[in-house]
Design a protein around this ligand. Structure first.
Ligand code: SF4
Length: 370
């Protein structure tokens, strides 16, 4: 059984002993602070990867992404029965559809919570919309826990998650100064998908002590954009080819680290609503494509990356929508680009490994060319 499955189960059991509820969360963005403030433990469900956990994946069209098909099979096979509810953020039409299909098909009989994102830019109406969504979700969580949201607890949770986000941001933005392999770094970052925040913070703080002043990563620096780093063997293949991830724009990782942090004080619900507009541009929350391209180019240049890997899920509408713009933008700046499509396989095929190796070799030759 994969490590993350054992760890997730162990964490849910530990929280249950404390009398805390657990909510399984579908990708990508959600207000984790609200759950922390209400003593609700969250465990994210990115598929899970590998073959579906039962025949129910076949209830959805074959041209739906593996994240949704595997999630339905997982829920229907009882994989999340230890949890008390599932949250379906409005990431895409497929997840929104799953919120209806899972209960209808007998895949999920407990509460199905929703959270809608603002699709578009900042402004008073958008802020009011997010605030209303947060209040609605807080009411649903109060039904689950029997306790209403306490604003001072929310203010504390916002502070706790800001410390986590800052450390995650440091580890990613100062990647070349960290003497840790990609596989270990991503394992650490992804433990935030199921650990209680205090434990995740403690692990991040230990890792951040390894950030030095000198560059220690000597491999070929690459930027990766995409959905989720699955299979994680991709990171092993990069390492064995002599490369490392210098800049991360994965929806599951880098795109969940805010670009700025609010000042302390003020109404915590307003602060949390404001956070939605301080995140890096992400196609799963709508947003302006030009702004995203600008952001990606800045990330690429700032990290000193020498090539870009676009690693998306097959049939993922939001991510695929941006791919032509990414190709145009990076062709314009002369950046080598490798496009990979995955379906949450348990490991990379030999063919993909060969393509990765050839890409790293080509990028290395280019950057060392006189
Ligand atoms: S991979 Fe894409 S289509 Fe599938 S759930 Fe995620 S955002 Fe939606």
């Amino acid at each position: 059984m994969p490590e993350y499955t054992i760890m997730r189960d162990a964490t849910i059991s530990a929280r249950k002993k404390l009398g805390h509820k657990t909510v399984v969360v579908l990708p990508v963005h959600y207000p984790r602070e609200l759950f922390t403030a209400m003593d609700v433990h969250t465990v994210e469900l990115w598929g899970p990867p590998g073959p579906p956990h039962g025949p129910d994946a076949g209830r959805i069209q074959a041209y739906t992404c593996a994240v949704v098909r595997n999630a339905l099979a997982f829920l229907a096979s009882g994989g999340a029965d230890a949890a008390d509810a599932v949250l379906f953020p409005h990431t895409c039409d497929s997840i929104q559809g799953l919120a209806t299909l899972a209960p209808d098909f007998g895949g999920w009989g407990k509460p199905a919570l929703r959270f809608l994102h603002p699709k578009g830019g900042d402004g008073p109406a958008a802020r009011a919309f997010v605030r209303a969504e947060l209040s609605l979700l807080a009411d649903r969580l109060a039904e689950l826990t029997g306790r209403p949201l306490a604003l001072p607890r929310l203010a504390e949770a916002i502070g706790l998650h800001a410390r986590i986000d800052r450390l995650r941001g440091d580890l990613l933005s100062r990647r070349a100064l960290l003497g840790m392999g990609d596989r270990d770094l991503y394992r650490l970052l992804r433990r935030g998908e199921f650990l209680v925040p205090e434990d995740h913070l403690a692990e991040l703080a230990v890792a951040a002590r390894g950030l030095g002043e000198e560059r220690v990563q000597r491999g070929v620096p690459l930027m990766v954009t995409g959905y989720v780093p699955e299979p994680m063997t991709l990171l092993d293949s990069l390492a064995s080819s002599g490369a490392f991830v210098a800049a991360d724009d994965y929806a599951a990782v880098g795109r969940r680290v805010p670009l700025s942090f609010p000042a302390d004080g003020g109404d915590p619900l307003d602060t949390l609503a404001a956070k939605a507009f301080s995140m890096p541009p992400c196609p799963t929350r709508g947003g302006d494509q030009d702004v995203r391209m600008e952001h990606m180019e800045t990330l690429y240049r700032r990290s000193g990356s020498a090539g870009l890997i676009v690693h998306v899920q097959k049939f993922c509408e939001p991510e695929l929508f941006d791919v032509p713009a990414i190709r145009r933008r990076f062709a314009r700046i002369g950046a080598p680009l490798l496009y990979l499509e995955g379906e949450l396989e348990a490991s990379l095929s030999g063919q993909v490994v060969t393509r990765l190796e050839a890409f790293v070799e080509m990028v290395d030759a280019r950057r060392n060319a006189p």
